[in-house]
Design a protein around this ligand. Structure first.
Ligand code: THU
Length: 133
């Protein structure tokens, strides 16, 4: 899928967010090898620490449909930030384990800025399943 199309899906995903507290909608779109796209948006809660980010919701959405790390080819994130939206630390840890290290991550904003990155840049020296052995 073209990069622009995936970014458009991430932008659309923002509409699915539930953000009565922050009023800050984030969207994510995860593309798979077979062309499937899984969306995520942030879902908040009155017990604030339970808020869940768009990035993790997209990954968990794909996993709940039977897709896995090796199936993913691109990941787009969208938010209304001055600079392209950058995932939080918790999401970086989850992305580093569930998303392939050699696949692109497109961080974008509503002004049309796109910054391409990857797992290694986002979380060098990540704690990983190897560390549990
Ligand atoms: N949020 C995300 O969903 N993804 C990010 O990359 C940054 C932050 C959410 C969490 C919370 O619902 C709101 O944005 C404000 O922090």
């Amino acid at each position: 899928m073209e990069k622009e199309k995936l970014i458009e899906r991430a932008k659309e995903a923002r509409k699915l967010s539930y953000t009565p507290y922050s009023k800050f909608a984030v969207g994510a779109a995860l593309e798979c090898k077979d062309g499937s796209v899984f969306l995520g948006a942030n879902i908040e809660n009155s017990s604030y620490p339970l808020c869940m980010c768009a990035e993790r919701n997209a990954l968990y959405n794909a996993y709940m449909h039977g897709y896995k790390k090796e199936d993913f080819v691109a990941f787009a994130l969208s938010g209304d930030t001055d600079e392209p939206i950058s995932p939080c630390g918790a999401c970086r840890q989850v992305i580093s384990e569930l998303y392939p290290s050699n696949a692109p991550i497109y961080m974008t904003n509503m002004k049309g800025m796109v910054r391409e990155t990857n797992v290694i840049e986002l979380l060098p020296f990540a704690f990983s399943p190897e560390d549990l052995k």
